[in-house]
Design a protein around this ligand. Sequence first.
Ligand code: FES
Ligand code: FES
Length: 137
Amino acid sequence: MIKSIISKIKKCTCGDKAENNKIVCGCFKVTQQDLENAIKNGANSFEEVQAITKVGTGCGRCVNGNKDLVNKLLLDKKINENQIVCGCFKVTVQDLANAIKNGANSFEEVQAITKVGTGCGNCIESNKELVAQLLAR
Ligand code: FES
Ligand code: FES
């Protein structure tokens, strides 16, 4: 009851409703929509989504599946917003995706095309992960 009132207030604007209302953590009755809302409100990692929604903090059985789901949702958001992921060279997610589309097959090859991570170097680890996610898509 309370959940349905909350979800009405939050209003779903993305994706398939039935899919979004699916419970992804039985212990706390967390739905995919709850995860999406947490990300929409600024959560930027599984741990931050977890702090907001409590997902995976009960029996722990759902942690792996929900980590994958949150990473996928975060990646979708980065792609949709075409976020800048390397401030030094204003490299966007789309630039990384285009490099891969044009044949780059590793972080080093993406780096050679886009220059991502070749400035201050602060973004290397996060972009290595991002490129690995994009290559796996
Ligand atoms: S089902 Fe998610 S913590 Fe138990
Ligand atoms: S932010 Fe990417 S190299 Fe500096």
